[in-house]
Ligand binder design. Structure first.
Ligand SMILES: Cc1cc2nc3c(=O)[nH]c(=O)nc-3n(C[C@H](O)[C@H](O)[C@H](O)COP(=O)(O)OP(=O)(O)OC[C@H]3O[C@@H](n4cnc5c(N)ncnc54)[C@H](O)[C@@H]3O)c2cc1C
Ligand code: SF4
Length: 399
């Protein structure tokens, strides 16, 4: 039988794929007659029980694929075994221990970023009594900031998954609660997952009021400027530029197709009607990077080129291989190739890396309980959510 909706054009059934990551998306496609079947791959890496949970009406318990490509396609392009950022068990099922009952202990997990969330889930599933402390008013840590960036909103699905499954596994979640060192006396062991803090920079003028951190921009505590210089061209610098231009809202299908000149008449070869043009933006953004190289040089192969292309189309300027000289009230002075350059700016956003948040670690240890340090608190260098989820999962089996 051919496809009903496109029977004029097609006499065979249609299977569609890509970004069908939740049962309701699949159902909608079938209901609208856009395809006769849906095909999925990455969503089953993120959650092998996807179909079972959908059948049982438990979509809230699905660990959703967020389309990051970081542990599946990027691994394959680096000749590594594919796995999944949100599910470190994927394709490594036989390498992880089985979830077995532990002698129950009272465990405090201090910080609900990805490391603390993953640790809490495995510990609770093994029968421990877990209390998860989070000083913010919601779980998620830096992933909450990431989910503010248009195009990364699916991290919110990861946080929905943890809200549902942690409650199901009886984890006590204390948001808006700072774990204090003296709380250690109420627990048998402590998992220290306090994450990272934005790095400060030492440039003359960095204490001026228009010099702000990426977290202040992304959490809305400072209003965005108009002429903006971003210091740091890593993933967070690029995301901050995207947020400043595109905000938090996901782009609609129509906007996306218009921006990338997708041919909606499906008559052009390759599905593109013209070369995408530069977009007019109300922000004038320059990203600076001290070292030589492309922006986002540590991002994965499958996505870095898209970010670079987007930055170009959005008119974001980029300068590398430079020295910072000083920040003034009207901009920043740099030296590049033996030349001094002044870039006017009403806002300077610092995205220059992170340091481990060790604020209370020594004091907590002084209570004599075993303390396990994971995620960004253990090592801030080359940290990402993949490593944080993996380390949280690992400690979940070790206690
Ligand atoms: C804008 C942005 C985009 C990003 N995009 C990506 C991406 O696409 N892919 C990727 O892999 N990674 C991305 N990251 C990085 C990723 O979010 C981090 O690597 C990861 O969140 C680190 O996890 P963590 O659990 O170690 O620490 P964090 O996420 O920093 O979480 C630590 C938590 O501990 C809490 N805390 C600290 N002290 C206490 C205390 N005493 N009591 C209670 N709570 C406490 C903090 O409030 C925080 O919620 C992004 C980050 C940002 C900012
Ligand atoms: S690594 Fe990212 S894109 Fe790949 S399956 Fe997991 S969540 Fe999806």
């Amino acid at each position: 039988m051919g496809n009903q909706k496109y029977q004029k054009e097609l006499s065979i059934p249609v299977i569609t794929t890509n970004r069908i990551n939740m049962p309701d998306v699949a159902e909608q496609i079938l209901r609208d007659g856009d395809a006769d079947m849906v095909s999925m791959a990455r969503p089953f890496l993120a959650d092998p029980d996807f179909v079972k949970k959908a059948q049982l009406g438990k979509s809230g318990e699905i660990n959703t694929c967020i389309a990051c490509n970081q542990a599946c396609l990027d691994h394959i392009f680096n000749q590594k075994v594919a796995t999944c950022l949100v599910n470190p068990f994927a394709c490594k099922e036989t390498e992880w221990p089985k979830i077995t009952e532990a002698i129950p202990k009272r465990i405090a997990v201090t910080g609900a970023g990805p490391a603390g969330l993953a640790a809490s889930l495995i510990l609770a599933r093994r029968g421990h009594h877990v209390t998860l402390f989070e000083k913010g008013d919601e779980i998620g840590g830096q992933l909450r900031l990431a989910s503010q960036v248009s195009g990364k909103e699916e991290f919110r699905e990861t946080l929905r998954f943890y809200r549902v499954v942690l409650a199901k596994n009886n984890v006590t979640i204390k948001t808006s609660t700072v774990f204090q060192p003296e709380d250690a006396s109420n627990f048998d062991e402590i998992v220290y997952s306090a994450g990272v803090l934005p790095k400060e920079i030492e440039i003359e003028g960095s204490d001026l009021p228009h010099v702000v951190r990426y977290d202040q921009v992304l959490n809305g505590s400072v209003a965005p400027g108009k002429n903006i210089v971003i210091i740091g061209a890593g993933g967070i610098g690029i995301d901050t530029a995207m947020f400043l231009i595109k905000g938090s809202d996901p782009e609609s299908k129509q906007e996306f197709m218009k921006r990338w000149k997708v041919d909606a008449t499906w008559s052009q070869r390759g599905g593109i009607s013209a070369i995408p043009e530069k977009h007019i933006s109300s922000k004038n953004i320059t990203i600076l990077q001290r070292s030589k190289g492309k922006p986002g040089k540590h991002l994965g192969k499958t996505t870095a080129w898209i970010h670079r292309e987007e930055l170009k189309l959005l008119g974001v300027k980029y300068l590398d291989d430079l020295q910072y000289k000083k920040i003034t009230s009207s901009g920043i002075e740099i030296s590049r190739g033996g030349e001094d350059i002044f870039i006017e700016a009403d806002q300077i956003v610092i995205c220059a890396g992170q340091t481990s948040n060790l604020a209370m670690l020594d004091e907590i240890k002084s209570y004599g309980k075993p303390v396990h340090v994971i995620g960004g608190a253990l090592r801030a260098g080359e940290l990402d959510a993949k490593r944080a989820f993996e380390e949280g999962t690992r400690i979940g089996f070790e206690i």
